[in-house]
Design a protein around this ligand. Structure first.
Ligand code: PLP
Length: 407
């Protein structure tokens, strides 16, 4: 008789966004006349840039003719895309990542979940609290954790790195040494960053203790301030201890188009085993490549027009971020993030829990955000708003929250 993977039974409750969706549809059914403003889920709203659309049209036409038609992509992705990535995301920053250390994929969510395949089940995992839920849940599925403690919401066997107001949301080096460390900068959900010097401390720590850092830089394009690394490979020695995950979702609006990549440097070794070769083997066995037309669209992001146009989109979202940050700060809220990231992390008023504040905003203002506790116990009493809406909706949502006069 077949048996299921019982690790899945350890997963807690529903996935955060399905719980939110249920509450929102119940509210909408009861209040059909109310316009709901959504600053909850991290999905973009601006259309693809013209340079990207042109590349899509052109490559679709290529698929219509036998002499230009393309079938399966090369295992790691087309060289034209990997070369553009290496040159513009890495060489331009003085970082020597070569195109054959880049693995093109269908996005950072699958990569951050799949990367665990090449690491032993016995590895001890460290995650930030609060955290992008995928890192934690995929390790639960893989059996790298015990059960969740119902009181604290924390899984047995996981090293949690609290990111709180006290440490400016920067994870501190843990007492117990992990094997795999997930870091995300700029951070989802807190919208905060860590200075490059802090990241270097993590790299030094990983090198000293033989850890691997899984570094998610999905929001790199939002970095505005100096002193923050755009890639972990700006840190000395990171090529020997870090894997970097990147996405086209938030810098170029590919959430529905699907494209990302993972960098696995050849210098990253486990004894005499190359981690790069393991990932190559994993991908060639389980993944058949991102579509040709999407890789051409990704290449267009790196063209002169593509760079300009996608930067305008990022600027548009960052204008929203400033609108939320300033509007709520003026109204007396304590707010974080929103300067180098499209997320605003606000403290719930008084002793209100994250879900109480969610209910209040939905009921009284028809505004949807994300309860911080959904990202981990240390997210309790916080709330995430995203800057990915339209400017008009963002302004309207901020006005509605201000008029509630909760504070
Ligand atoms: C930190 C982080 N990593 C990865 C992703 C997913 O990226 P992709 O759309 O490339 O799968 C998200 C999406 O919200 C994210 O917030």
């Amino acid at each position: 008789m077949f048996r299921i993977n019982e690790n899945y039974l350890k997963l807690q409750g529903n996935y955060l966004f399905s719980s939110i969706a249920k509450k929102v549809s119940a509210y909408s059914a009861a209040n059909p006349e109310k316009e709901i403003l959504r600053l909850g889920i991290g999905d973009v709203t601006q259309p693809l840039a013209p340079a990207v659309i042109d590349a899509l049209h052109k490559s679709v036409d290529e698929m219509a003719s036998a002499d230009t038609f393309r079938g399966y992509s090369p295992d790691q992705g087309y060289a034209f895309l990997r070369e553009a990535i290496a040159a513009q995301d890495y060489h331009s920053r003085g970082v020597q990542i070569s195109p054959d250390e880049i693995f093109v994929s269908d996005g950072a969510k699958s990569d951050s979940g799949n990367i665990g395949d090449i690491f032993a089940q016995q590895n001890k995992v460290a995650v930030c609290d609060p955290v992008y839920p995928v890192y934690l849940d995929t390790n639960v599925m893989a059996g790298r954790t015990g059960s969740a403690d119902p009181a604290s919401g924390r899984y047995e066997g996981v090293i949690y790195l609290p990111c709180t107001e006290e440490n400016a949301f920067v994870p501190q080096l843990p007492d117990e040494v992990p094997d795999l460390i997930y870091l995300c900068c700029p951070n989802n959900p807190t919208g905060t960053t860590m200075p490059k010097a802090e990241l270097q401390r993590w790299v030094d720590y990983a090198l000293e203790h033989g850890c691997v850092i899984l570094y998610d830089a999905a929001y790199e394009a939002y970095i505005r301030e100096d002193g923050i690394a755009h890639t972990i490979y700006e840190c000395r020695g990171a090529e020997r201890c870090a894997i970097e995950l990147r996405s086209f979702s938030k810098n170029a609006g590919f959430t529905g188009t699907r494209l990302g990549f993972t960098v696995v440097p050849k210098a990253l070794m486990s004894g005499d085993v190359s981690v790069h070769d393991l990932w190559a083997r994993r991908q060639s066995t389980k993944f058949n490549g991102a579509p040709y037309i999407v890789q051409r669209a990704g290449e267009a992001v790196y063209s002169e027009a593509g760079r300009r146009q996608t930067k305008e989109q990022v600027d548009y979202y960052m204008r929203n971020a400033s609108c939320i940050l300033e509007g709520l700060r003026d109204a007396g809220y304590t707010v974080y993030g929103g300067v180098n990231a499209p997320y605003i992390w606000l403290k719930t008023p008084g002793s209100m829990t994250s879900w109480e504040f969610f209910d209040l905003l939905l009921e009284k203002a028809a505004v949807v955000g994300t309860p911080g506790s959904g990202f981990g116990p240390a997210g309790e009493h916080f709330f995430r708003l995203t800057a990915f809406g339209t400017y008009e909706n963002t302004q309207a949502a901020v006005d509605r929250i201000r008029h509630l006069q909760i504070l």
